[in-house]
Design a protein around this ligand. Structure first.
Ligand code: FRU
Length: 495
């Protein structure tokens, strides 16, 4: 073989190897893979954490997310992307934002700049603008404190392709190590003009900034000193207006915290109060948790929902930094919670935040099974259970043929999910645990969403919520309920 032919053959072998399509994960292999949820969002492969850039535009719900495609443990962050028209089926789209010389792409939000205030689009084709944190990983290894900055990128084709703004960063770091996770919303000023408000996590506090154009930001107020839980750093905030049951306007500030949650590790607390001229004033000093389970973190809400939807729509990352990197899934790590609708309700004069499953979830229901009080067989791994509870103590036990079980109960004013014997747990010493939440008021009904590796419990349609991931060695097969549970229904959820 002469030299040219040898080179050509090597080149063609290399070309073939290079062009050979990577093994694709098909939809079939995804739904049959161990622990892969059927109706919760998961990335096809790789690592996922926080939901980012939640925005609705022209009939599509966009879900961006913290993503590391090259591994199933956390690493250089990208923004992964998926869209849905019904919040149930998600179409995976190409990665939206890649890390670059300014750093990894950390968490943030997206807005529709309808008036083209940023000048990044045109009046005819206004831009979708993503506001995110650049995290310079190399600098973070040094003694520098200025490795996180806020930046923007824009899309003129409904989020399909993105361009980073050439003047980044738009909010440089003032010398604070933890300076991240911008959540931007638009508010209307008393004179009718609009302002952009950025809610930003800064160490264990929140800063509010205002901007006319998403490029120039001015500090308006700070919140959090000596109030709320401070067992860890504050992350992924969100600021939301609500109507109270009596028709007043109140603002809710969501703040994720890691560690320092009520069940160890990460969790989301919230404050209720007034927001005026960039200053948030809480009504009281009570610590409130959005979800009392261990596995709902960094959740935020969708922007730009049509006013006629008249709702606040939330999704969270269904894991906990305590063990997220070591849970026993293979091709991918982590799922999102089901989408939830947030609203305020009143218990004996105290306002609390309720998270109900989004209405769309009812469309997943296929066969319905009425169940007797006796142990009955469950139809699949993906089910919804609804029931009335007519006493202040009840229990529901799910079990499999290997003797593993999962117990949901209320007793002595505590709602609990016991996952001590619910399957694989040896990957982390704190995983096998019973988690409890105080509920001083009456429980009337429960709604449970089960999927291959999770349970979401909604008491009184979300007045108390607990989200927990689980890794049963074989699917739950049986259900047993206590005597004081009535109208028990089980829905098989279609995929
Ligand atoms: C929260 C968080 C954010 C950060 C991102 C990095 O889970 O730590 O504060 O932007 O994850 O992936």
């Amino acid at each position: 073989m002469n030299r040219t032919i040898l080179y050509l053959s090597i080149l063609s072998i290399l070309a073939l190897a290079y062009c050979k399509p990577k093994p694709q994960i098909t939809f079939e292999s995804i739904v049959t893979e161990e622990f892969r949820p059927s109706y919760h969002f998961t990335p096809e492969s790789g690592w996922m954490n926080d939901p980012n850039g939640l925005i609705y535009l022209d009939g599509e719900y966009h879900l961006f997310y913290q993503y590391y495609p090259d591994s199933t443990v956390w690493g250089p962050m990208h923004w992964g992307h998926a869209v849905s028209t019904d919040l149930l089926k998600w179409e995976p789209l190409p990665i939206a934002l890649y890390p670059d010389s300014l750093g990894y792409i950390f968490s943030g939000s997206a807005v529709f700049d309808a008036e083209n205030s940023s000048g990044l689009g045109t009046n005819e084709n206004p831009p979708m603008v993503a506001v995110f944190t650049y995290h310079n990983a190399e600098e973070a290894e040094t003694s520098s404190d200025t490795f996180q900055h806020q930046a923007i990128a824009f899309s003129l084709d409904k989020g399909r392709t993105w361009e980073k703004y050439e003047g980044n960063p738009v909010l440089p770091n003032p010398g604070i190590r933890d300076f991240r996770d911008p959540k931007v919303s638009q508010i209307t000023n008393p004179d009718g003009s609009n302002s952009w408000i950025m809610t930003l996590a800064v160490l264990d506090q929140i800063n509010f900034y205002s901007s006319p154009d998403l490029k120039n930001w001015r500090l308006m107020g700070e919140f959090g000193k000596n109030i709320g839980a401070h067992g860890g750093v504050w992350e992924c905030p969100d600021l939301l207006p609500f109507k109270t049951p009596s028709g007043e306007t109140k603002w809710v500030l969501l703040v994720s915290i890691n560690p320092g949650g009520p069940q160890n590790g990460s969790a989301t607390q919230y404050f209720i109060g007034d927001f005026v001229n960039g200053k948030f004033t809480p009504d009281d000093t009570m610590i409130r948790w959005l979800d009392y389970g261990p596995d709902n973190y960094a959740g935020v809400t969708w922007s730009n929902l049509p006013t006629e939807q008249n709702r606040t729509l939330f999704i969270g990352w269904m894991s906990n930094w305590l063990y997220a990197n070591v849970v026993p899934t293979k091709a991918w790590r982590s799922a999102m919670t089901v989408p939830r609708e947030l609203s305020l309700f009143d218990v004996d004069g105290t306002l609390l935040l309720k998270s109900a499953p989004a209405d769309e979830l009812e469309k997943l229901r296929s066969e319905e099974y009425g169940v007797s009080q006796e142990i009955s067989e469950l139809p699949s791994e993906a089910i919804e259970i609804t029931a009335n509870v007519n006493s202040d103590s009840f229990s529901v036990t799910l079990s499999n043929e290997l003797g593993e079980n999962l117990v949901i109960s209320k007793e002595n004013g505590l709602v609990s999910i016991d996952r001590r014997n619910a399957g694989k747990s040896d990957f982390h010493r704190d995983f096998a645990a019973i988690h409890s939440a105080p509920m001083s008021w009456e429980a009337k009904d429960i709604r449970i969403y089960l999927d291959a590796s999770s349970i979401e419990l909604f008491v009184n349609d979300g007045e108390l919520v607990m989200t927990s991931i689980l890794f049963p060695s074989s699917p739950w097969k049986n259900i047993a309920v206590s005597k004081n549970i009535s109208s028990l229904k089980i829905f098989n959820l279609k995929k």
